[in-house]
Design a protein around this ligand. Structure first.
Ligand code: NAP
Length: 280
C-alpha cells in the first residue's frame, strides 16, 4: 500500500525560532535524498499536551523537544526509555502508527559520541570527572560519564541543593563540591565539563582555573555560542585536550533522525559548517 504522506518531524519548543535543529535535519534529508520535512513547531506552554497529541494525525513521525517542555514530554509519553527516565527529561519523542508516544533522551549519548569522535584516545575510566552545573544538561552529561565508566563524578553548582539532588539521584559515584572549590578536585580528573550556561553569549563569564588539571585531561564545554569559550581557550593554552559543544548538538540529533527517517546520518565537517553558518 502506498502512503499518502511524506514523513514529518520537527522541534517543539517555545520560543523556537532560534533552533538550529531544522538546519541539521534539513541537511541530512537533502544529503540522503529522503522525502520528508523537519520543521520548527512553536507551541504555547498552555497548549503543549493537546497540540502534541494532534501531531501524528498531521503526519508527524516524531519530534525533538526543547525548552520548556523536556520534563513535560515524559508525562505525556506512553513509553519512556531507560536513559530518559534516568535523566528525568526527554529531548526526542517518536509516534507509533496508533499515536502512542515513546520518549527518549539522546543528550547523554550525544555528549559521549562527540567526545569519542573528537578525542578518540579519551578514556573515561582513567580518572574522575569534574562537572560544573546541575541543570538538565548536567544530568545528561553525568549519566553518560557514569555509563562510560568514570570512577567518580564531582558535581559543583551555584545552588548546592541541585547538586545534592543529583548525588541522591545517581548514587555513591557522584560527589558534591562547592562551586568555588571545584578546582581542588582537578588533580585526579580525566574529564572536566562545563554544563552551566556561564560563558555563553549574554551570560556572565565562567571563572574557573584549570591549572591543576593533569596534562592528559580532556576539557569540554557544552556551551557552543561562542564555539571557543574562555574555558576552552584556557584549556588549549595549557595543552589539554579540548572538545567544543557544537558536536554534542549534532550528535544528539542523530538517533532521532535514524528512527524517523530510517537512515543513520553522519556527523562531519560539512554538517558543522552548515550549522555554524546558520544564523537563526
Ligand atoms: P538549566 O537546567 O537551566 O541549568 C543551568 C545551569 O547553569 C545550572 O547549573 C545553573 O546553576 C547554572 N547557572 C546559570 N546561571 C548561573 C550563574 N550566573 N552563576 C552560576 N551558575 C549559573 O540549563 P541546561 O538545560 O542544563 O543548559 C545549560 C547550558 O547547556 C545552556 O547554555 C545550554 O544552551 C547548553 N546546552 C548545550 C547542549 C549541546 O548540545 N551542546 C545541550 C543542552 C544544553 P543553578 O542551579 O544555581 O541555577
Amino acid at each position: 500500500m502506498t502512503t499518502q504522506r511524506v514523513p514529518l518531524a520537527g522541534v517543539v519548543g517555545w520560543p523556537i525560532a532560534h533552533s538550529k535543529s531544522p538546519a541539521i535535519h534539513g541537511h541530512w534529508l537533502n544529503r540522503y535524498e529522503i522525502k520528508g520535512y523537519y520543521v520548527p513547531v512553536g507551541i504555547e506552554p498552555k497548549n503543549f499536551e493537546t497540540a502534541i497529541k494532534t501531531l501524528p494525525d498531521l503526519g508527524f513521525v516524531g519530534a525533538n523537544i526543547t525548552i520548556p517542555f523536556k520534563e513535560r514530554a515524559l508525562d505525556i509519553a506512553d513509553n519512556v526509555s531507560e536513559r530518559a527516565a534516568l535523566i528525568g527529561a526527554s529531548n526526542t519523542i517518536s509516534f507509533k502508527p496508533d499515536g502512542k508516544i515513546t520518549a527518549d533522551n539522546t543528550d547523554g549519548i550525544g555528549f559521549l559520541n562527540n567526545l569519542k569522535q573528537t578525542a578518540p584516545d579519551w578514556d573515561a575510566t582513567t580518572g574522575d570527572a569534574v562537572v560544573l552545573g546541575a541543570g538538565g544538561a548536567a544530568r545528561a552529561v553525568i549519566s553518560a560519564l557514569l555509563a562510560a565508566g568514570t570512577p567518580q563524578v564531582v558535581v559543583a553548582n551555584r545552588t548546592p541543593e541541585r547538586a545534592e539532588a543529583l548525588r541522591r539521584h545517581f548514587g555513591k559515584r557522584v560527589l558534591v563540591s562547592d562551586l568555588q572549590r571545584a578546582s581542588d578536585h582537578l588533580a585526579t580528573a580525566a574529564t572536566i565539563v562545563n554544563s552551566t550556561s556561564l560563558g555563553m553569549v549574554g551570560q556572565p563569564p565562567l571563572d574557573f582555573d584549570l591549572s591543576s588539571a593533569p596534562s592528559n585531561a580532556l576539557v569540554s564545554d557544552i556551551v557552543y555560542n561562542p564555539l571557543q569559550t574562555d574555558l576552552l581557550k584556557q584549556a588549549t593554552a595549557l595543552g589539554l585536550t579540548v572538545v567544543d559543544g557544537l558536536g554534542m548538538l549534532l550528535h544528539q540529533a542523530a538517533p532521532g533522525f535514524e528512527k524517523w527517517f530510517g537512515k543513520q546520518p553522519s556527523v562531519d565537517d560539512e554538517l558543522r559548517k552548515i550549522v555554524l553558518d546558520c544564523h537563526v
